[in-house]
Design a protein around this ligand. Structure first.
Ligand code: MN
Length: 272
């Protein structure tokens, strides 16, 4: 059971952007979906509905993005050393990307949820709800996307690179014709995302089919409900130090450090 005020804040913040926690596959993956238990005892204050939290026993430890004790979103450590992906992704890029950019998303969502809480108690400016709700959407999506991204990578030859196996391999062949055809479409998809953004191999939740999609805003996937299997961050901060304007070279190098075993686990989650 978890009926801490911060958890309620989070649900309300998600509601403020028109989304239910259970409808957010990327969030549900990192954090168990919150569900209301009909026969749970009434809350002490008689106001908020009780919230039961499904045990997170299926969530990989690396995807701990929220600390229940503090009620704060937290930055998970990289699952490998910052230089472990070299020469494909350089240590300085990893250090800045994780330690500055990802950290800023974590701080941003905590800040925005705090401001929304202040507005609810009339300590804040209610005219800024739109602003802070947008900030929740942007920063929380960035947080979840990056927590997934680090775990979708592994050192080349030591868990990174190669090709998927198992059910994911079969599904890629069924959806794209072959792994080689998938790779060609993935490269072209990632290369042509306008501006910043992401390209994702994802499971479309209604058909359960694999699709390659582009996000020009990092929060876009939440709208479709697509469940991520593999994503590449093509914001310039993800590659510019090493690759400058040669995004295609970064995309090709990225494929040498894809952790397909982790992607297979995401796929299994998405289609079960
Ligand atoms: Mn990024």
């Amino acid at each position: 059971m978890n009926d801490s005020p911060r958890s309620v804040d989070r649900r309300e913040a998600l509601a403020a952007i028109g989304l239910a926690a259970a409808a957010l596959p990327s969030l549900a993956m990192a954090q168990p979906p919150s569900v209301t238990t009909p026969n749970a005892p009434a809350p002490k204050d008689g106001g908020k509905p009780p919230i039961a939290v499904v045990p997170a026993n299926a969530a990989p430890a690396e995807l701990k993005i929220f600390d229940e004790a503090s009620g704060q979103f937290v930055l998970p450590a990289l699952p490998y050393a910052k230089e472990a992906l070299e020469p494909h992704i350089d240590a300085q890029t990893m250090e800045i990307h994780h330690g500055k950019h990802h950290a800023a998303y974590v701080a941003g969502v905590n800040k925005a949820l705090g401001e929304l809480a202040r507005i609810r108690t009339a300590a804040g400016d209610s005219a800024l709800i739109k602003h802070w709700a947008n900030q929740v959407s942007f920063h929380l999506s960035g947080h979840v996307n990056h927590a997934l991204f680090w775990n979708m990578l592994a050192p080349a030859g030591k868990g990174g690179g190669g090709a998927p196996g198992g059910e994911l391999a079969k599904a890629i062949a069924a959806s794209f014709g072959s792994f080689e055809q998938f790779v060609a479409q993935f490269k072209a998809t990632a290369a042509s995302v306008e501006g910043g953004g992401w390209a994702w191999l994802a499971v479309e939740p209604w058909s359960k089919q694999l699709v390659l999609i582009q996000q020009e805003k990092q929060q876009d996937m939440w709208v479709t409900g697509a469940q991520p299997v593999l994503g590449i961050d093509v914001w310039e901060h993800a590659y510019y130090l090493k690759y400058q304007n040669k995004r295609a070279d970064y995309v090709a190098a990225f494929l040498n450090v894809v952790n397909w075993r982790f992607c297979e686990s995401l796929f299994a989650r998405a289609v079960r």
